[in-house]
Design a protein around this ligand. Structure first.
Ligand SMILES: [Zn+2]
Ligand SMILES: [Zn+2]
Length: 133
């Protein structure tokens, strides 16, 4: 593990779960995914570990609307954008980024060095569209 963190079993488990996840996970979801009967890890450990990860910039919380629980993703060098359903709050990862060219243009126009950006698209997922009818 980088960034001067001690490797503990719970930390490694949580990193592993986040690494395999294809969507942001809440602390509770992570907690359930790492449970194993012989050696249980409690929820407060999960919260504490996520807090440490957040401070070390190992995980991040994608922008969410108010009232939703925080969910966590691994802070990878590559980044992802999400579609978020307004009704059921499902988040779907979009695997491409439309901003590469745009960033270059903005840098040229403004002399800014752009480090990162965020984009989330809000709408209604196919499942909720069907339920509407
Ligand atoms: Zn939906
Ligand atoms: Zn992007």
């Amino acid at each position: 593990m980088s960034k001067g963190l001690k490797q503990t079993k719970s930390r490694l488990l949580i990193l592993d779960v986040l690494d395999k996840a294809d969507k942001p996970l809440t602390a509770e979801e992570i907690y359930w995914l790492i449970q194993n009967e012989e050696d249980p890890i409690n929820l407060s450990t999960v919260y504490r570990t996520l807090e440490v990860f957040l401070n070390k910039n190992i995980v991040q919380i994608p922008l969410m609307k108010d009232g939703n629980k925080a969910s966590y993703i691994l802070n990878r060098d590559e980044h992802h954008h999400y579609l978020v359903c307004d009704k059921c709050h499902t988040m779907i990862k979009i695997d491409f980024c439309p901003f590469d060219e745009f960033e270059k243009q903005v840098e040229q126009l403004t002399s800014f060095t752009i480090l990162k950006h965020k984009l989330e698209l809000f709408g209604i997922c196919p499942k909720c569209q069907r339920e509407r009818k």
